[in-house]
Design a protein around this ligand. Sequence first.
Ligand SMILES: Nc1ncnc2c1ncn2[C@@H]1O[C@H](COP(=O)(O)OP(=O)(O)OP(=O)(O)O)[C@@H](O)[C@H]1O
Length: 614
Amino acid sequence: MTGPRLSPRRAARHARQAVGLTWRAAPGGTFADLLLAVVGGLAPVLVAALTKLVLDKLTTGRGPAVPLAVLGVGLAVVAATSVLLPHLRRYVEAERTRAVSRLVRAHLYAAVQRLGGLARLEDPAFQDRLQAAQQTGHLGPVQLTGSALAGVQSVIVAVGFLGVLLVLSPVVGLLVLVAALPTLWMQLRLNRARAAMILHLEHFQRRDLFFAQLLVGLPAAKEVRLFGLGRFFGDRMLDELRGMHRVEQRLDRREVRAQALLGLLGAGVAGAGVVYVVTRAAAGGLTPGDVAVYLAAVPGVQGALGSLVGQLGAIHQALLLFDHYDEVIRAEPDLPVPAAPRPVPPLRRGIELRDVWFRYSPEHPWVLRGVDLVLPAGSTTALVGLNGAGKSTLVKLLCRFYDPQRGSISWDGVDLREFDPAALRERLGAVFQDFMPYDLSAGENIAVGDLAARDDRARLRAAARHAGIDDALTALPRGYDTLLTRIFFDGPDRDDPRAGVVLSGGQWQRIALARGFLRADRDLLVLDEPSSGLDAEAEHDLHARLRRLRAGRTSLLISHRLNAVRDADSIVVLADGRIAEHGGHDELLAAGGGYARLFTLQARGYREQSATPA
Ligand SMILES: Nc1ncnc2c1ncn2[C@@H]1O[C@H](COP(=O)(O)OP(=O)(O)OP(=O)(O)O)[C@@H](O)[C@H]1O
């Protein structure tokens, strides 16, 4: 297994950025941690040196002219400091982790919001990066600085002990150093293999999580139970887990073999050193204090060098984690925004699509193939067509979530690409076919349509009234403050009004409509299947309200129920990515084309239903 690579330049850039981020997030904490690392590195060397002095003074009476009691107190102070240090460092590190995590998250989500379109979010490779950055982005800087500081501590310990050993016995010092070299080399190789394994495991982990979610999550629960899919998904999940464990096991075995071998080598060198030091001490060449220092220094140096290599591995890992975050932060916007965007004027004449061609990527087929269409200001245009005809795609282009590959869309003659997408969207209102039910309160669920109305209960209620949901929301246990989810409540009493409620599909549809109605004053209102979840009476009622509410304004209405669009000022039929028919309801019926065929089919269905005896 070969390790993933970062070029040295990229690695150096990440390291600079990560340290900079940590410093900005927690300057005091980072400095304190550096100080603690230095003290932590010096402490064991000092303990060994003081122990030697005490022993030598006790056994030979030789040593510095300091009373034994002072040496004893010094030893006690350093030992006590060593005991306290790990606890202090744990606290300082936890504080730093929290501060960095806040900063990294703020940067990450701001970067995602800067992507004005949808294309990047739909790119699976970018999604993978994004998921990884979300889960581990903050760990990169934290792990990097943490490991670097631990590395500083290990270097101080190793250099300190080696210095003492070299003074004591250059032969033994060199022996310990040489014995550590194979350990260093092997650990570096294992680090690379471990980093590669983590990357390899990501693929298993994602699928393992996916199957686990299907088994425990609510969205799939109905189908999993009705179709009896539990065993099937459970087996798939275990397959992924087995795959993951096999990879881990292979590396664990390799590590055990290598570490056993290196452990034996280290012990052999240490043992030979003990024999040498004891023999020299017996011959009077070394003092008992020297022997004590040696006994502390050998494991000290070996441990510090081993830990240093471990830290290097962790730094490599941290740089790889940071790479995900960096890719997201630096992602180029998927929609070009002009350097000096034009202000978006109120819509006076209309929106024109001229020879618009669009596909989701070069690998996908064309969805729109030369669409020419005008949405005149002040009128309602209905867009109809079979499933997959490209209706929702056209809506997404109007909101400028994507740009067409060929042709143009203009707003009173100005190409949409000359506007800032955010300014354009300020002038739009929309109810999407796949609207979002938020796990928020009823009031907030409507207010997301226009956050300026968040505290304006009268506006929220007016929008809800237009959508026919005000009475139902008022009757909820806490009215508009009732949570429309039960997932955030962890109290014991499920009947507690704070527990939240579950709405029906049609009620959610009305909430989405209310959201859209909050923006009823915008220049263009797009309604993509706004009545799909409503019963027939409610649908009729909704369209009557819509006509009143939008009279004199520009709207685009998409619906499969042709009865609902017959009153639109003009009806456009989209087929095979082109405008196949265009005109008023009567005109299209008289033309006897696809619209007439579909309308007659639906109308016959209704007539047959009403003729069927109950
Ligand atoms: N994000 C996407 N990436 C790739 N292809 C897509 C994407 N969204 C839609 N498509 C494809 O584009 C085509 C048109 O889809 P679109 O949703 O615009 O159709 P529609 O007319 O709104 O259909 P429906 O009536 O079923 O809602 C379909 O073939 C669909 O598979």
